[in-house]
Write a protein that binds this ligand. Structure first.
Ligand code: PLP
Length: 487
């Protein structure tokens, strides 16, 4: 066929756009965007004709001998539509999406950390939809403070005098340092100069806040006298940082918060602590390793503690600073507070989450994250037994699926060395029967509407069952997948 004849086989932009198959795409992405895509695809087709005197593969009809010209045209529009829909897939699937986090790390920073309680979800949608008392006091009929309600909740829950809420715990540390110690010295143990996820390092935050870091002690051992000797008239704060993502073991010694508080009071230097995760309840009651509790720290006499809202607390991303009202007052009046303050959705979710702590006995049920962390092994084993057949059906003879004991972790720096006993679905390659690899399988699992994220480790792909929250959704997702044609 001549090039001229081939060009005549291309459908027009209008015919394609007006075809019913295109209407859902136009509805989703807008007419302008889809028109541009159609023009681009047509241009690709013309280029193919120009250079190789043939239609591109995706516009080639397999059986067209018996077809009338008008039928061929319709068939080509169908082919074109199919190709167009595929070209929009990257558009549909970019951005933030729901996934199954079966990595074994429950509070996974890359996968959104804590899952929030239904009460929090409800509270957020309410303030999204309607005006609210964000900064309004109904009692006084005038302007109020956006942190007030949560501060009062925290006073009851953890016995602080006052509280200040900011965007995250990194912001909390920055605000404490900038408000209370700018231009002055802050004393920290060498064993606690933490880096979290690369971009948050205590020495860097100190510099940003305009403070001078005074390191004391050695990496493995710091004594009370080290702090004592470093205090001078320029000292603004003593600071403890919870070593959330590592642990110093062996010949070690650290000074307790209580001892440091006594020293701080004697020398009239406030003492602050970055707890990282912090937990408002004693996790030991569930057989989990204990994390520092803010209420205990405040009892020990710490002036300010800070911790995250979306780690063990189980709420939204936020930084919570609690302690002495005189210091909180200074934080509230620092210009950075305005830049770091929480929005109404965060505050609504946090308030609803904290309300749940009035009924601690119900928390493992009400807080999805705690619910996952406290699921017992029998429950996970039963779940695994139900799921193995669906997984085996998906992978056929190419992989073998078994249930295996596994080790997960809480994540987000909480309880770094402690591992969380768990159960996983474990896929191994049947080498002599397949050319698929574990990476192919990982790609397949991640390719669905709700991607399933597992972990490749020791020549196996592991799906940790502790992270499955909606079993039926998971089964439905597996059913939608199939291994691509190979060979
Ligand atoms: C996680 C963590 C932070 C940072 O908290 P974000 O809420 O992620 O900003 C700071 N310090 C410690 C010790 C942490 O564990």
């Amino acid at each position: 066929m001549t090039a001229q004849a081939l060009y005549a086989h291309l459908p027009s932009v209008d015919l394609i756009l007006n075809h019913e198959l295109q209407q859902p795409l136009i509805h989703q992405f807008g007419k302008e965007h889809i028109t541009t895509l159609v023009r681009q695809l047509l241009e690709q087709a013309r280029e193919k004709i120009r250079e190789q005197q043939q239609l591109p593969q995706w516009l080639t009809l397999n059986e067209c001998d018996g077809l009338a010209l008008s039928q061929q045209k319709l068939a080509r529009i169908n082919l074109f539509s199919h190709h167009l829909a595929q070209s929009t897939l990257p558009l549909q699937y970019k951005g933030q999406r729901r996934v199954f986090n079966l990595t074994g790390t429950i509070l996974h920073t890359n996968l959104g950390r804590s899952l929030q309680a239904e009460a929090a979800i409800k509270a957020v949608t309410e303030v999204m939809r309607f005006p609210s008392t964000l900064e309004y006091s109904l009692q006084q009929g005038k302007r109020g403070h956006r942190d007030q309600a949560i501060s009062e909740q925290l006073q009851q829950l953890i016995g602080c005098e006052d509280a200040c809420l900011v965007n995250n715990n990194a912001a909390a540390v920055l605000l404490m340092l900038a408000s209370l110690a700018s231009g002055k010295e802050v004393i920290v143990s060498r064993g606690e100069l933490v880096e979290i996820g690369g971009s948050f390092r205590i020495p860097d935050v100190m510099r940003q806040a305009g403070c001078q870091l005074v390191e004391v002690g050695a990496t493995n051992r710091t004594h009370l006298k080290d702090y004592q000797q470093a205090i001078n008239e320029n000292t603004a704060l003593l600071m403890k940082v919870h070593t959330s993502n590592y642990m110093i073991q062996g010949f070690t010694s650290a000074v307790s918060e209580a001892e440091l508080c006594t020293l701080g009071r004697a020398m009239q230097v406030p003492m602050i602590s970055d707890l990282g995760s912090g937990s408002l309840i004693d996790l030991a009651q569930y057989g989990l390793p204990s994390e520092p509790m803010p209420q205990k720290m405040l009892q020990d006499g710490i002036d300010l503690v800070s911790f995250s809202g979306d780690k063990l607390l189980g709420g939204p991303q936020a930084g919570i600073i609690a302690g002495k009202s005189e210091l909180i007052e200074q934080l509230q009046h620092h210009p950075l507070k305005r830049a770091l303050r929480c929005d109404k959705m965060t505050l609504a979710a946090l308030e609803a989450t904290l309300n749940l702590y009035r009924h601690p006995e119900r928390l493992p049920c009400d807080l999805p994250t705690l619910s996952m962390l406290t699921r017992n092994l029998d429950t996970l084993t039963d779940l695994g037994e139900r799921l193995v057949p669906y997984c085996q059906q998906l992978v056929g003879q190419h992989f073998t699926v078994t249930m295996m004991p596994s080790m997960g972790q809480i994540g987000s720096g909480a309880l770094p060395t402690e591992q969380l006993e768990s159960v996983a679905l474990c896929f191994s390659v049947n080498n002599n029967q397949t050319s698929y690899t574990l990476n192919d399988l990982a790609d397949l699992l991640a390719s669905g509407e709700i991607p399933i994220i597992g972990r490749i480790h020791h020549d196996k792909l592991w799906l940790c069952l502790r992270g499955i929250s909606h079993e039926q959704d998971f089964i439905a997702q597996l059913a939608q997948l199939s291994l691509p044609n190979h060979e």
